[in-house]
Design a protein around this ligand. Structure first.
Ligand code: KG4
Ligand code: ZN
Length: 340
């Protein structure tokens, strides 16, 4: 079965063709990073316009390069939320047009669930349920027990900033590059991670996260440094603080729920310090950890197609009245209200 995936929730326009939810036949991404770099962050109105410009040429390119014809597509999976409303609408309108024209089902996909579905792609052994899921991205940090397709138990999420947001804000403050996560990783490569003492927020306090205190702690170090700041050491120390915090929560979940399988996904899962720190813990505990390859951690449409494929039976074939939603909590139904 061939699924066309469409992703436009933030600053990447991406289209993919995935076979049977696991095999990528095409996955192309048009990134807007260069456009937003000069603003130091994503400008929603600009993002929507750029999606509009990109999506039709990208569709042509996808069908040219994947060897799949549009007539071969069996269903369409599209990110319906959460995300920037105007940006989401571009992908959803395109998906509705194709669905209506070809008479094929349209499956709304939750962007966060899609991140977890990246683990079903390109890994030698896809995960089996149940597993502990950790989504760490620019807008979210969610810790969940995943028991099946669209069957999640939310353990905790951030009460303020997401980890990617923290990296993006600190990188902007230090003026070391955009987007912040990869910039901090690069600068931190030569740094000493025990140089600066940073908190591990909400450690041993349930499964919630709070990353804004870490931001304040970093700012205090910069302000007190009196021109004596070692930026690589600070970046290394910050990454370790984030990695320790996330790893600590994962370890607690493994101990409490006795589930020895973890999937980590989302843009921040590309972080090498996080990957290494988690691996040390999981190796010691005999826990299996699955993290998609770096190229599938950040936003892409293949993960959307994979998720849509597995969820396809939950939706009616005639689904053209759905709306995109800026807020759509993972594990809940897509809100049906229209945009007001
Ligand atoms: O999942 P994603 O592509 O988009 C959202 O859904 O938010 O995640 C983007 C976030 C950005 O905050 C970016 O700085 C962060 O992921 N990120 C990283 C790395 N690569 C991307 N953070 C840490 N280390 C990285 N290597
Ligand atoms: Zn994302």
């Amino acid at each position: 079965m061939i699924t066309l995936g469409i992703e436009s929730s933030c600053d990447d326009t991406s289209l993919a063709i995935v076979q049977d939810g696991v095999k990528i036949l095409g996955n192309i991404i048009s990134s807007q990073i260069e456009v937003h770099r000069r603003f130091g962050g994503v400008v929603p109105e600009v993002a929507s316009r750029k999606h509009l410009e990109a999506i039709n040429p990208l569709l042509e390119e996808l069908f040219k390069t994947s060897g799949v014809s549009i007539a071969d597509v069996d269903n369409i999976a599209v990110t319906a939320g959460p995300g920037l409303l105007g940006a989401l609408l571009v992908g959803l309108s395109t998906a509705k047009a194709i669905s209506w024209t070809l008479g094929i089902p349209l499956i709304p996909v939750n962007h966060l669930e899609a991140h977890l579905s990246a683990a079903f792609l390109a890994l030698e052994q896809p995960p089996s349920y149940p597993f502990i899921g950790m989504i760490v991205s620019g807008g979210h940090s969610n810790l969940l027990i995943c028991r099946g397709v669209r069957d999640y138990q939310n353990l905790g999420r951030t009460v303020d900033d997401a980890p990617g947001e923290l990296f993006d804000k600190i990188a902007r403050y230090l003026n070391i590059g955009y987007p912040g996560g990869p910039a901090i990783q690069k600068v931190g490569e030569t740094g000493y991670s025990l140089r600066y003492v940073l908190p591990r927020p909400m450690a041993k306090k349930g499964y919630g996260f709070s990353f804004s205190g870490l931001k304040t702690a970093v700012l205090k170090i910069v302000q007190a440094s009196d021109g004596n700041l070692n930026i690589p050491d600070l970046c290394a120390s910050l990454q370790l603080a984030v990695a320790d915090t996330i790893t600590g929560k994962l370890e607690a979940a493994v101990d409490e729920f006795k589930i020895k399988k973890i999937v980590i996904a989302g843009g921040v899962a590309a972080n090498s310090v996080l990957r290494a720190t988690v691996k040390t813990m999981t190796d010691a505990k005999g826990v299996q950890v699955l993290i998609p390859p770096v190229s599938l951690c950040t936003d892409n449409a293949a993960m959307v197609a994979a998720n849509g494929f597995f969820a396809r039976k939950l939706y009616p074939s005639d689904n053209l009245d759905i709306n995109s939603q800026a807020v759509w909590h993972i594990g809940s139904e897509l809100p049906r209200d229209s945009i007001s």
